[in-house]
Design a binder for this molecule. Sequence first.
Ligand SMILES: [Zn+2]
Length: 203
Amino acid sequence: MSFKTLPCGLVVAVIGRCCRELCPNAAEFCVTLESAHAWSYKHAGYCGECIEELFLSPEDYSKCVGSWINNGAGPGVFNRELYEIRPLTDAEAAEVAYEQAAPSRWEAEGRIGVYRRIVAFDIPETVEGVRVGTEAARCVVEVYNGLSPAHRQRFGGLGVHQQCQLAEQLVALESARPGFGRVRVPQHHAAEQLAALESASAE
Ligand SMILES: [Zn+2]
């Protein structure tokens, strides 16, 4: 499952969903770690239903511990007393709502939106007959985001196969540069990317 840390610091699952695996509901509550026990995130978004099911009262939690219920309260359920659980603030709720609207933004973007969906859900898709993996989609999105509107149009006009191949080459070039992380194309290197794009298109 893929998670995202929103600008407000809240961690949510893909498109603003509840952090419980495969839960399709939007995040409605913020759970904050208050205990010293291991927990992946400082502030995690959950929906109301999952809060009820996962964060048990101390009495219910102690009933689960050592029993067969919920696998003996292994990592599956939590003692509510150890966590601060509160509704999202307006600012957090606005960011979740923005994430929830991502599919309609992707829809409006056409093919590049499909790549964004592949990256967000971390699930390969067939795009216009070509199987596109998450790594290729990530490269296309990185390159696309670094281009000017005019070159976005040009890059966007390539066939899916060529587009993925070129994007992966450009990202590989960028990652070969010392001092830069893998799969990251900084805006200020757009000019060099464009030169590579031009020569690749001319072939
Ligand atoms: Zn949920």
